[in-house]
Design a protein around this ligand. Structure first.
Ligand code: 2PG
Ligand code: MG
Length: 417
């Protein structure tokens, strides 16, 4: 495939902030993709733009002619694109450019984007999940397809922290997550929506300040604190419960500063507080429980709870080196993958490979400022993510979940290769 030209412009994300939209031209048509924006960003993330969004747009336009000199035929050929743009654009622009290129290549080859990444995505778990089967040769195609692994949904239902821009009381933790136990994405999505809807009634009853408002990720805004929220959530036994503490966002001068209620916690106090929450509310998933440089405290928590997911987001920032460090320090057993934290899909591939080799669970994730871009579904399935973290409502979140539902549906008719 030859890229005949590249263009870019700025569009608005779900928070009405500017983000990048890239389009490319090939022999079979025009293809485009956009990038999201984070708010509670890790300080080790790559910069979204080299100098500014506008400068990145100019840079891409200036480089437009160089792309036609390269042949892009496989996922790995993204390296050729990266060689052209290296040093000229930031991570958001690179992510949108590579995504547009993959969409074009998929069209040219008559495939899905996920197939460009891994034609056999999801197959590896077959022997573990289909207990009644012994030899692979005895399986029918239907059994084989049915056993393909699809990620589990992680849905943000109530939120606080930096994603909730209000005066007055709000939870200090950023996200309260529902992790479905249902078999399919479709059922999980329905379940998450049902629980989220029912929470409106609970919040009305328990929170006198509740105004039925939603935050950046369309999660409910409440003035309740984390314990009061978990008290409401714990009755939902059809889901596992999780938290994105996003601890870096309230860590300053060696302390975690809580506002609801007002108190400071040292790292040790933060650890024992989280240990209590995990035990009392049987939490299954805890993301960024400590600030982004404190690998040691992550390790202490993982040692106490090897059977829960101790997840690194700001700690890892989709960076292979930071992931290796976390593995060496036994700091996490699950990693968030946000492609625009690094921009390069080749680096995303590296992160996923390291994670798989070391039995670290992979969680593909949206950002708080999103667009209707849905390639995240293909990336998650192609890289065999274990979980897919997204909101529960709003067209930007739904677009991504719907893409996964579509993949799930297609798999039923999918011819093995
Ligand atoms: C996170 C993300 C997404 P942001 O912390 O996990 O929920 O937030 O995109 O603001 O970094
Ligand atoms: Mg996070």
């Amino acid at each position: 495939m030859k890229i005949k030209g590249v263009d870019a412009k700025s569009i608005l994300d779900s928070r009405k902030e500017k983000t990048i939209f890239v389009s490319i031209k090939t022999a079979v048509g025009n293809f485009s993709a956009s990038a999201p924006n984070g708010k509670s960003k890790g300080k080790f993330e790559e910069k979204p733009y080299k100098k500014s969004l506008e400068e990145d747009i100019k840079a891409l336009k200036n480089l437009s002619d160089y792309f036609s000199e390269e042949n892009i035929n496989y996922f790995e050929d993204l390296k050729r694109i990266e060689d052209i743009v290296k040093g000229h654009i930031g991570a958001n622009t690179l992510f949108a450019l590579e995504s547009a290129a993959l969409k074009a290549l998929a069209k040219e080859k008559g495939k899905n984007v996920w197939q460009l990444i891994n034609e056999n995505a999801g197959k590896s778990k077959i022997s573990c999940t289909t207990k009644s089967e012994t030899a692979p040769s005895r399986r029918t195609e239907k059994d084989f397809v049915g056993a393909r692994k699809i990620p589990r949904l992680v849905g943000n239902c109530i939120g606080g922290g930096e994603h909730t821009n209000i005066e007055g009381k709000k939870p200090d933790f950023q996200e309260f997550l529902l992790i479905s136990k249902a078999k399919t994405i479709k059922e999980s999505f329905e379940k998450n929506k049902e629980i989220k809807k029912s929470l409106k009634i609970d919040l009305k009853e328990k929170d006198k300040n509740f105004k039925e408002k939603k935050n950046d990720e369309e999660a409910w805004i409440t003035s309740l604190n984390e314990k009061e929220i978990l008290d409401i959530l714990k009755k939902h036994s059809s889901v596992n419960l999780g938290l994105d503490v996003a601890a870096s966002s309230f860590y300053k001068r060696k302390k975690y500063h809580y506002y609801n209620p007002l108190l400071d916690r040292t790292s040790e106090e933060q650890l024992s507080y989280l240990v209590n929450l995990i035990k009392n509310f049987n939490l299954f998933y805890i993301e960024d429980p400590f600030e982004e440089e404190d690998f040691e405290s992550f390790s202490k928590l993982l040692k106490k709870f090897p059977d829960r997911l101790i997840v690194g987001d700001d700690l890892i920032v989709t960076n292979p080196k930071r992931l290796e460090k976390a593995i060496e320090k036994k700091a996490i057993n699950a990693v968030i993958v946000k492609p625009n934290q690094c921009g390069s899909l080749l680096e995303v591939a590296q992160v996923c490979e390291i994670a798989k080799k070391n039995k670290i669970k992979i969680i593909f994730s949206h950002r708080s400022g999103e667009t209707e871009e849905n390639i995240l579904g293909d990336l998650a399935f192609g890289f065999e993510a274990d979980f897919f973290k997204c909101g529960i409502e709003g067209k930007e979140r739904e677009a991504k979940i719907q893409r996964l539902i579509e993949i799930e549906k297609d798999l039923k008719n999918f011819k093995e290769v």
